[in-house]
Design a binder for this molecule. Structure first.
Ligand code: ATP
Length: 294
C-alpha cells in the first residue's frame, strides 16, 4: 500500500494541523504503474467523453476491508461545471479524487463519465481525459520544458511557452539562466510552492483535458500569490467539468454545488448562498475563515 505523508500547515481551527496529503497524484500514478491495484477488463474500450458529466452513484469505499471510508456517496458534476468538496482533514475528500482517477476501485456503487462506468474503459483513456493540479507537485529532474510538456508529450516549444504564459510562469522561466532548458527538481533549480503549482497548471493547460481535479494547496502561499493562482485555475477550468478539493472557502463560492464532507459522508450540500442560509457546519466554517482573515 502506498502512502504519501506530507506535513501541511492549515488555516482553520476545525482542521488538524498535520495531514496526510494524497495529492501528488502524478507521483502516485507513477508508483502505481509499478504496483497496480486495478486492471483493465480484457478489450476495454476507450472512454468517450462527449459532454463530461461525472457521476458518483452510491459509492462505498475503504482502503482496508475493515475500515470503510466513504459510505453511500452520490453526486453529479454537470458538464462544464464545478463541484467543490470541503470538510475536515480525513473526511475523505482526496479519496474522491483518487477514485475518479481510478487508483482504486469502489467497493459498491459506481463512478461514471458520460454514462460509462470508469471500470469498463481503458485506464489510459480515463487518465488522458482527466487533468490534475495536485497540492504539491513533484517535478521531474529534467528541464522545465520537459516538466510542462509532460502534460502532452510531443508538444512544441511554442505550445509549451503559450501554456507557461497562461499559467503566468513564463516570465519567471525566461529570467532563469537557461530559460526553458533550465534543469529543475531535486538536483536542479528549486521552485517555490507557488511556482511549482504554476508548472502544474501549465502542464494541465497543455494537456487540455475535459475534466479537471484541483487539490488546493493547504500550505500557506502569500495571499497575492494565492489570488493569482486561483485566477489561473479559474481560467484553466473554464468550460471544463471540475472537482475542486478546497481548503479556502473563497475558492468555492462560485461552485455549482458544494459538498461538505465529514467522516466519509456528505453532511451538507448546496450552493454557497444555500449553505450560508442553512446556518450549519459550512456557515460556521465560513464565519471562522472570515474572522481569520480579518
Ligand atoms: P485532508 O484534508 O487532510 O487531505 P481528506 O479529507 O482528503 O483529508 P483522505 O485523504 O481522503 O482525507 O483520507 C480519508 C481517510 O482515509 C483518512 O482516515 C485516512 O487516514 C484514510 N486513508 C487515506 N489514504 C489511505 C491509505 N492509502 N491507506 C489506508 N487509509 C488511508
Amino acid at each position: 500500500m502506498i502512502q504519501l505523508y506530507i506535513p501541511l500547515g492549515f488555516l482553520g481551527v476545525l482542521y488538524r494541523e498535520i495531514k496526510q496529503s494524497l495529492t501528488d497524484l502524478d507521483k502516485m500514478f507513477r508508483l502505481m504503474d509499478r504496483e497496480r491495484e486495478v486492471d483493465d477488463v480484457p478489450g476495454a474500450p476507450d472512454l468517450q467523453v462527449r459532454e463530461g458529466v461525472v457521476r458518483f452513484e452510491s459509492v462505498d469505499f475503504g482502503y482496508e476491508a475493515a475500515r470503510p471510508i466513504l459510505r453511500g456517496l452520490s453526486f453529479e458534476i454537470p458538464a462544464g461545471r464545478k463541484v467543490a468538496v470541503v470538510g475536515p482533514s480525513g473526511a475523505g475528500k482526496s479519496t474522491l479524487a483518487r477514485l475518479l482517477f481510478r487508483f482504486y476501485d469502489v467497493d459498491a456503487g459506481r463512478i461514471t463519465i458520460d454514462g460509462q462506468d470508469i471500470r469498463q474503459v481503458s485506464q489510459a483513456s480515463l487518465r488522458r481525459a482527466i487533468g490534475i493540479v495536485p497540492q504539491d507537485t513533484v517535478l521531474f529532474n529534467d528541464t522545465i520544458e520537459y516538466n510542462i510538456a509532460y502534460g502532452r508529450p510531443g508538444a512544441s516549444r511554442e505550445e509549451v511557452v503559450a501554456a507557461a504564459q497562461a499559467a503566468h510562469i513564463h516570465d519567471f522561466i525566461s529570467a532563469t539562466p537557461k530559460g526553458y532548458d533550465t534543469m529543475v527538481g531535486e538536483r536542479g533549480l528549486k521552485l517555490s510552492g507557488g511556482e511549482k503549482q504554476r508548472v502544474a497548471i501549465a502542464r494541465t493547460l497543455l494537456k487540455n483535458p475535459p475534466i479537471l481535479i484541483f487539490d488546493e494547496a493547504t500550505s500557506a502561499l502569500d495571499s497575492a500569490n494565492e489570488r493569482a493562482i486561483q485566477a489561473e485555475l479559474q481560467s484553466a477550468a473554464r468550460n471544463k467539468t471540475a472537482l475542486v478539493i478546497a481548503h479556502r472557502l473563497s475558492t468555492v463560492v462560485d461552485a455549482h454545488e458544494i459538498l461538505v464532507m465529514e467522516a466519509g459522508r456528505i453532511v451538507e450540500r448546496g450552493t454557497h448562498a444555500q449553505l450560508l442560509a442553512q446556518g450549519g457546519a459550512y456557515a460556521r466554517m465560513w464565519a471562522l475563515q472570515q474572522s481569520g482573515q480579518e
